[in-house]
Ligand binder design. Sequence first.
Ligand SMILES: Nc1nc2c(ncn2[C@@H]2O[C@H](COP(=O)(O)OP(=O)(O)OP(=O)(O)O)[C@@H](O)[C@H]2O)c(=O)[nH]1
Ligand SMILES: [Mg+2]
Length: 281
Amino acid sequence: MAIPEAIKSALEASLQPTTPVIVFGLAFVLLFPFLLHYLLHGQSSTSHLPSVLLLGPSGAGKTALLSHFERRAAAATPDDQPAKSATHTSQSPLSIELSASPSTTFLLVDTPGHAKLRGHALSHLSPATSKAENLRAVVFVLDAAADDLAAAAGYLYDVLLALQKRAGSGHGSKAPAAVPVLVAANKLDLFTALPAALVRSQLEAELGRIRSTRSRGLLGAEEEAGAAAEEGDDWLGEYGSEKFAFRQMMEFDVEVEVLGGSVVGEGPGADKWWRWIAERV
Ligand SMILES: Nc1nc2c(ncn2[C@@H]2O[C@H](COP(=O)(O)OP(=O)(O)OP(=O)(O)O)[C@@H](O)[C@H]2O)c(=O)[nH]1
Ligand SMILES: [Mg+2]
C-alpha cells in the first residue's frame, strides 16, 4: 500500500536535522521530567486532604459520631450553597469530608472496632500509611458507661504503642509529624457513665497493668530463646517507670487528652471534641 505523498513528506521533514525539529526535540527531552513530576505529584497533593482517624472498640459510638458531624455540617450549610462544599461521602464509604473552617477541609475516617478487624485499622498508623494519608490526629472513642474499661484499654495500648514506634521510626532528621490523640469518653448522657477525669485515671492504671503483664510475658519468651533482649521495644511510655501516665507519651511527641461528651441523648454533646479536632487539622 502506497503511503500518501503528504504524510511521506511530513515524515521526511521530521527526520531532517532542521532547526524546528532540533528545538522541539530538545525542549521535549528537557521538559519531560518536569511534566512527569507534575502529573504524578500535582495530583496526589490535591487529593490528599488532612485526615483524622476514628478508632475505638465496637459499640463505642464512632459511626454515630461521624453521622452526627455530617448532619451538623449539612445543617450549617445555607440552602443557596451546594451541600457538596460542606460534606459528602468520599471515595470510601467509611470517610466523609468536613470543613473545620472555610479554608480547611479534612477527611474523617471511620474504622470498625471489632477485635478481628483492628489490624487493618491500626495499619493507618504505620509511618508510610500515615504519611500518605496525611494523618493529623486520632480520636479514640470509648463507652464511658461500659461495665469496665479493660477491653478499651487493651486497644488503646496498641494504638499508643503504634504511635510511639512511629515517632521513633524517622531516619536521621526526618521524624514523622506528631499525631495527637483525643480519648473521647462517650455516652456521658447515661447516668452510669464515668466522668472524664475518672476515665482518665482508670485508663492510666489499666494501661500500666497491661504494660507490666506484657513485659513479663516477653521476658519469659526471651529467656527461653536466649535471644538478646530488645529492651523497651514493646514498653509503652517511660521505660522502667513504675506507673503509667499519659504525660509519659510526650517523650514521643504524642499528646493525649481525655474529654467527655455524648452523641445522642441529653448529654454534654460533641462540641468539645469538634473544637479539639478543628484545632489540629
Ligand atoms: N446513650 C448513648 N448511646 C450512644 C451514644 N453514642 C452512640 N450510642 C449508641 O451506641 C451504639 C453503637 O454506636 P456505633 O456508632 O454503631 O458504634 P461504633 O463505634 O461505630 O461500633 P463498631 O462499628 O462496631 O466499631 C448505637 O446504638 C448508638 O446509638 C451516646 O452518646 N449515648
Ligand atoms: Mg461503626
